[in-house]
Design a protein around this ligand. Structure first.
Ligand code: ZN
Length: 157
């Protein structure tokens, strides 16, 4: 599927909504890959994340590099762009599946999106949080929405 876009005077507008973005099989495959690479439930689990950018007529995922101490490093993204490409969404995983850990987006997660001035472009749809039970969306206002079951969205078998 192609994401339709049209150009306005100074900025690009596109018709993508988050549901359309996660309906793309290529994006689902990338989210599934990130989820698996975060080794959910394992002792050496590590959060994974990335940006979903618009590259010409298609969308692609650019993963965040792993930093020290099982952390991920969010690359600089001035004006909601990565190497000149519009960032339509971001995502990270919650691989700590223990019952005593919060699966849904944390207050820190919400604030990180809400308070990031470089995640305020019109084309930015929010940050996906992939957890074992569900996939959530943090909007740029910091609101959390449940998008659906992770099993369905990631097409886990
Ligand atoms: Zn998180």
């Amino acid at each position: 599927m192609q994401i339709e876009r049209r150009e306005s005077s100074n900025y690009h507008r596109h018709m993508a909504q988050i549901d359309d973005i996660i309906a793309l099989s290529s994006i689902r495959a990338e989210l599934r890959k990130a989820w698996r690479e975060s080794k959910p439930g394992h002792a050496d689990r590590i959060e994974q994340g990335g940006f979903i950018v618009q590259d010409g007529g298609s969308l692609k995922v650019v993963r965040w590099p792993e930093g020290e101490g099982a952390s991920i490093v969010v690359p600089a993204h001035p004006q909601c762009k990565l190497n000149g490409l519009d960032i339509l969404a971001s995502f990270h995983t919650h691989p700590n599946t223990g019952a005593d850990y919060l699966q849904e987006p944390s207050e820190t997660d919400r604030r990180a999106v809400r308070d990031d001035p470089d995640l305020k472009a019109r084309f930015y749809e929010g940050e996906l949080v992939v957890a074992r039970p569900k996939v959530y969306l943090i909007t740029m206002q910091g609101t959390v929405l449940e998008l659906g079951e992770a099993r369905d969205i990631l097409q886990l078998t």
